[in-house]
Design a protein around this ligand. Sequence first.
Ligand SMILES: O=C(CO)[C@H](O)[C@H](O)COP(=O)(O)O
Length: 432
Amino acid sequence: MERPILQVALDLLELKRAIEIAGEAIEGGADWLEAGTPLIKSEGMNAIRELKKHYRGHKVLADMKTIDTGAIEVEMAAKSGADIVIILALSDDDTIAEAIRAARKYGCEVMADLINVPDPASRAKEVEELGVDYLNVHVGIDQQMKGLDPLEVLKDVVDSVSIPVAAAGGLDAERAAACVSMGASIVIVGSNIVKSRNVTESARKVREAIDRAAEKGGVEVRRKSLDEEIRELLMRVSTPNVSDAMHRAKAMDGVYPLVRGKKIVGKAVTVSTMDGDWAKPVEAINVAGEGDVLVIKVSGDTAAVWGELATRSCINRKIAGVIIDGAVRDVDDIRELGFPLFARKEVPNAGEPKGFGEINVKVICGGVEVNPGDWIIADDNGVMVIPKRRAYEIARRAMEVKKSEDRIRGEIEEKGRTLADVVELYKWEKVQ
Ligand SMILES: O=C(CO)[C@H](O)[C@H](O)COP(=O)(O)O
């Protein structure tokens, strides 16, 4: 197998950072540099000019995502130094034909991006016939958040055409290698390289993985279950990351960690009960399974519905943590047990187990609606609730937030910059 091409997608807003990151990626083994669509929208054709000026030995791609006026957009990008212009395979055939004519005239090539195409293998064949030079099997960033995966259709496209096929969409070293094994000649990696704290090292990892895959001609990738993936992702992010991913959604109000430095991630088993009535909260321990989180809404907070013995029972059943919008006691013992408990209030007196309330019903806890099966993530910053139908998407988006922050943190720590400088805060203030 030929040596695969590693294309780094510079999906950034600031040109200065893009140039710097491109250099770091090249050091790690990147071949082609893609001026990502966000960079082009933010900096215009200048992004392509500057990338070409700085890195003459490398092909520069302009991810124009052209859907109309193929000739004009290709001409612009080519004149600015693009070696390859990316257009959308969704475009009308005439737009693609015009883009190709312009590419031939101005000495560049065309890659057709199959993003959002309903039948990628047949469209791939059609655009190959129109004359595009490369195809890109691409799952876009928003689609990745829903769990779509370029590997699902890659093989079909590779088998349908004879031009080189690229793959893109949330690839890391392992998945990039899998794409090569399935016949991709080009792997396009964005956030897993450009947002990483050590760009060179991340690029090197992908480089080595794809080279190994090309030598061996095959690697196995096991896709985890959705719940496994959600749990793993949420374990790696914080509640602020999740809040940012949910457009700065609020945490539960007035519910605090009584045991500091502990993190909870798991699916909610909900409980609704009366002030001091600890029957349903304790019965719910037997309903919950390993890794679940008890979320208990109490009608008042004058008497505890939770204490040490309930906590010990939770530990036996491997429950991930307990969130109580109400009062608890035995907090000193629970701290010693190191069990993650969040509550509104600490009191010494318990109530009576009367059995009012219900298990696994909708509750409003700390002002936030929680339904059975919603995902809970809680840490020293507070308790966030992620509706179950959006759990994978939000976990992925939170991971993207974390990656961006990691990179910015690196620039602040290692390069002595300030946050305002790194993100060009003044430039992005809303124009009044
Ligand atoms: O074109 C893009 C988004 O539309 C990205 O450049 C492409 O998806 C690669 O980035 P990532 O690896 O982060 O998915």
